[in-house]
Write a protein that binds this ligand. Sequence first.
Ligand code: PLP
Length: 519
Amino acid sequence: MNTQGRPTRGAETGASNGDTITGNRGLMMEEPLIFEADTPGACGVDLAEPVTPDRRLGGLEREGSVGLPGLTEPQVVRHYTRLSQQNLGIDTTMYPLGSCTMKHNPRINEKLARLPGFASLHPMQPMSTVQGALALIDALADWLKRLTGMPAVAMTPGAGAHGELCGMMAIRAALEHHGQTGRTHVLVPESAHGTNPATAAALGFTVDRIPATDEGRVDLAAFKDRLDDGVAAIMLTNPNTCGLFEGDIVDIAEALHAAGGYFYCDGANFNAIVGRVRPGDLGIDAMHINLHKTFSTPHGGGGPGSGPVVLSEALAPFAPIPAIMHGTDGLRLAEQTEGETAHSLGRLKGFHGQMGMFVRALAYILSHGADGLRQAAGDAVLNANYLLARLGEELTAPFPGPCMHEVLFDDHFLKDTGVTTLDMAKALVDEGFHPMTMYFPLVVHGALLVEPTESESKATLDAFADTVLALARRAKAGDTEYFAGAPYLTPRRRLDETAAARKPILRWIPPTPESQAAE
Ligand SMILES: *Cc1c(COP(=O)(O)O)cnc(C)c1O
């Protein structure tokens, strides 16, 4: 045990895996918390003694140290480099997490985003000095409008969920503008991403679930039955989170519009259809685009998300500010709710959106061109269907194929083996693959949602498929004990994930000094 009560590797894994003297295993280093590495007084730089200023805080000055660990520069570099090596990541291995879409971060994006003219911009520079940046945002906006066939786009939302909020706020603003405040219900299919009902609920709408058919699509009859003048909108993902195209989408849009509702489409999976289907042709009123899922900007810890929202003619007047306007003397930002932006829903973000992500997304778009984007969508779908065909030998798919960009399996193939979806995922970690998404979507039992993406080669897909098939055979052969113990080769073995989520220890607490402990 270390000072925070975390078991060390040796204690967790037993002698067979943890019996080195150091706890290190070759390239895999046992790494303490950075606070535990504290060497009081150590510092990476020579700082001059500060001139003691006049005390002007009325006696509220800190007396003790701020409690940061003392570390040399090599210690800091090693600490973070070692931690970075304890993860399976897209730069080391295939990352088939579903509902996550593309994970490719082309290096040319990074190079362009670091150009000083973009990287050193300040959001409050005078408008005349940022014409290039405004032109870049405007060029990206133009691509997004063309690719979606939509007349307007709000560029400021900071991620997919923020885009949903933006689109639904535009819908609410439109309803209020037209005096339709009695429309308080939002319809959400069962397979929806959790952010959809959460967004609707956060805006005060009542969420009604729409059931799925046996084919994993929206039940059109149930949807039509539910339509009345209390319905504000539907929030539908297409392709949906079962990896399936909602073939009735045009009928859904027509019935909804006839009943006076707005169509919000969750466009997180736009990468599967970009260059092939224009959402504007399907009758959609608002759709967010995750630049980190369709246009190659980094996900999660790799960088901020970015969720521009395309809007139909009906919703365009309600778009948020700031908005880029074409003036006689160049581009400018409309920053107030007046004049042409009088009906705007207001401001969603401090400044103009995720500028660094706009640079990356446009770099990706321009380096691929329209034909390259179209091909990326096709390759993503082809790769998912290849895995559906290969893994279908041993795994069970709940819905008939073909699929779109991701392929969904349930845990039927593990029935009576004593092995669970979680066990399969843990065993995959030992094999050097990041697991697929597990237990989502909730509409199937023990879901395994696999999204290979467009950037994996056939050789990698085959290596992955061979591994998953071999594990499935091993489970069916009754080797339950093996699975119960996996993973064997990771820095930590099975963790109590429930306790980690429910009772997280987020603060480092210094160990009690020996003098006090002795008293
Ligand atoms: C990822 C995702 C979201 C949320 O996007 P964030 O950028 O993570 O906020 C919403 N819906 C679907 C279907 C998604 O896959």
